[in-house]
Design a binder for this molecule. Structure first.
Ligand SMILES: [Zn+2]
Length: 256
């Protein structure tokens, strides 16, 4: 009887060891795999893996890895704030989408666009004058949406691929006009509430507690947000988040 029990225990021990090695191997293989690719899922305002394989998914789950797209609206701000954001992003090896308002671009801050792009960030279209677009007629929408894309193209050499309506106030017509200029609408599914919250510590709390895996986080280029940005990214990293950008894919491969 004792002999039998000993034999049984060693089976359990060996089985446990093999299982541990197997899980470790899964974690490690995912590290050497190709870079994960993401696309915008417009319907759920989130990002999705496009080359997600069972190994990767299991590895992400075991490692507690989550993904997030950081988005900053209403820039360029000027007065060095844009550069401060870039420094903090660089510190965290993070990149972001900057949804710019074209009427905010002036002689003093136009150099910021090149700085955004050279650091690997994306520039998005947030309209010309930050009006509520869902109340405008088509000719005005052409000016607000198309006009801003044209201006951004003059400054950067390329047309923006992502569009975000001010206040998130979109409509089928807004979407149609944005699409006619080759853009995808990007809304958000996590909100820092920094457009109205004035206390930085509350912005920090909203930004770090609410987001789930594959979130798109809405932030604004504001001093109150920048005051807690470094801390925010640190806390999100502690929750397992990696900061990614969606790929700019053609319609056929896009998840819609
Ligand atoms: Zn805005």
């Amino acid at each position: 009887m004792t002999m039998f029990w000993y034999a049984y225990r060693s089976y359990v021990a060996v089985g446990g060891l093999l299982l541990t090695l197997f899980l470790y191997a899964m974690l490690l293989t995912a590290h050497g795999m190709e870079r994960p690719q993401f696309v915008l899922d417009q319907a759920s305002a989130s990002v999705q893996h496009v080359n997600s394989r069972p190994w990767r998914t299991a590895s992400d789950f075991l490692a507690g890895r989550k993904y997030m797209v950081l988005t900053f609206d209403d820039g360029p701000y000027g007065y060095g704030l844009d550069e401060q954001i870039l420094d903090i992003l660089r510190k965290h090896h993070a990149r972001a989408v900057f949804f710019l308002v074209c009427s905010h671009i002036n002689e003093a801050n136009r150099d910021v666009l090149g700085k955004f792009e050279r650091a690997g960030n994306l520039i998005g279209n947030h309209s010309y004058d930050h009006l509520k677009l869902d109340t405008l007629a088509q000719p005005e929408l052409e000016q607000q949406i198309g006009g801003c894309s044209k201006r951004l193209a003059e400054l950067t050499g390329r047309h923006p691929y992502y569009f975000r309506a001010p206040f998130g106030a979109t409509s089928p017509l807004v979407a149609k006009v944005a699409q006619s200029y080759g853009m995808k609408q990007m809304l958000w599914n996590a909100n820092s509430q920094d457009s109205w919250v004035t206390k930085p510590e509350q912005i920090l709390q909203w930004s770090t507690e609410q987001p789930e895996d594959q979130s798109i986080l809405l932030l604004h280029e504001r001093p109150t947000t920048v005051a807690v940005l470094d801390q925010m990214l640190t806390q999100l990293e502690q929750r397992g988040f990696q900061f990614v950008l969606p790929d700019q894919l053609s319609d056929s491969s896009e998840i819609n």
